[in-house]
Design a binder for this molecule. Sequence first.
Ligand code: ZN
Length: 256
Amino acid sequence: MVTARMGIYLLALSPLHVGGDEGRFGYEETIVVRRTYRNYVPYVPGSTVKGVLRTAACYVAKLVGATCCWAKEPTEIVDRHSKMGMPCDVCRIWGYPGHRGMLSVTDFVLVDGIPTTMLRLTHIEIDDYTGRAKEGALYVMDYVPAGTLFRGMLELEMERPVDLTLVLSSMYILEYVGMGRGGIVRAYLESLEFRDIGKKKLEVKDENDLRKALTQAYGSVSEVELTVKLYRELHLPPEPELDLLKELSAPRVWRW
Ligand SMILES: [Zn+2]
């Protein structure tokens, strides 16, 4: 099976707070904050990124010729898949109860060290019943500022050519899905590499490499041009300057 390895940048376009596994690091309002050595270093858990990409994938699935069952509960998933006659593409790739899926996502760590201006915002919880502030429900949360850059990796075992198209599309619309507490995050592709095409590792340097790799792996592929286009939109030169990324944070426009 062909494996695609993607180096990904996530750029916060708004202040970002991602709640994570409570208790794992001993906070009540977890985390963007992880304890390393003597500092608290913000990061985005891989499970969070994977979850948001999954939602994004469901929005674009039909557009790229893939399927999503939209089910949340395990019994509902089984039910919808049996009506479809097979697992939907999103569940097949992202996993569902009893099936590990084909996509793994690492934690995303800061590229530039700890931001000098962590934001601490104070919130109050509203009681749904009374519509008033809850007693004792004043709390603070740490945010990383807009412009913060994280880096991580995605690894996708590709059963079908559409799998890569779906994952790249989900990255493309990530910023419209939202992450954590209303955070807006844009994804960029830093690098793309295929394993085991003709028993070799293939590093994709440009659109022609990608076209060649996909055609070699799958024979003729109808999604090639869409995949190449997504690659073009998402790809960044190596080691981008933060300034460049900030420039890029203007609205994305398809280049025809
Ligand atoms: Zn499904």
